[in-house]
Design a binder for this molecule. Structure first.
Ligand SMILES: [Zn+2]
Length: 158
């Protein structure tokens, strides 16, 4: 078994920021993060061990995967409500929104088409079911209610 060691990057982050720079709340140490649009967030670090292919490993903070930063951003970015991340310009955000909307409308169209295709199939099933009910009623009528030939009680061989 291999010992887990802090990656050089994690060590540097701890040296620069300390563990839980903003103190603890209810005994759980929280870390101060900055969003690229300049907001501050207090959150519990989401530390994950990782192992690289070359055998080295360490601990990374999955919160940083959100785009959060440990230092205040030097150049602010704009928050994008479409992808919940950040872009450099409003044009990039508009582009992101367009992409997302076309993605959504493409799947909406596909869903509508699937529904339209399903309607005749369901109608066919209903009609088949109706025919089977009629056939069953005819068979039962032919049996004359004498409880004999058509349906027999299961024989219990135990
Ligand atoms: Zn976006």
């Amino acid at each position: 078994m291999q010992n887990r060691v802090l990656s050089p990057e994690a060590k540097r982050q701890i040296r620069d920021n300390g563990f839980g720079i903003s103190g603890s709340i209810g005994g759980i140490t929280r870390q101060k993060y900055f969003t690229p649009d300049g907001r501050e967030i207090l959150a519990i670090p989401s530390l994950r061990g990782y192992q690289s292919r070359d055998g080295s490993g360490g601990i990374r903070d999955a919160n940083l995967d959100n785009g959060w930063l440990l230092q205040p951003p030097t150049a602010l970015k704009l928050y994008c409500r479409y992808c919940d991340k950040w872009h450099d310009t409003q044009a990039d955000i508009d582009q992101c929104g367009k992409k997302r909307n076309s993605f959504i409308s493409r799947y909406q169209k596909e869903a509508e088409k699937m529904t339209a295709d399903a309607i005749p199939a369901v109608a066919q099933l209903k009609s088949d079911m109706e025919k089977m009910k009629q056939m069953l009623a005819q068979l039962l009528a032919r049996d004359g209610g004498n409880n004999g030939s058509l349906f027999q009680p299961e024989i219990d061989n135990t």
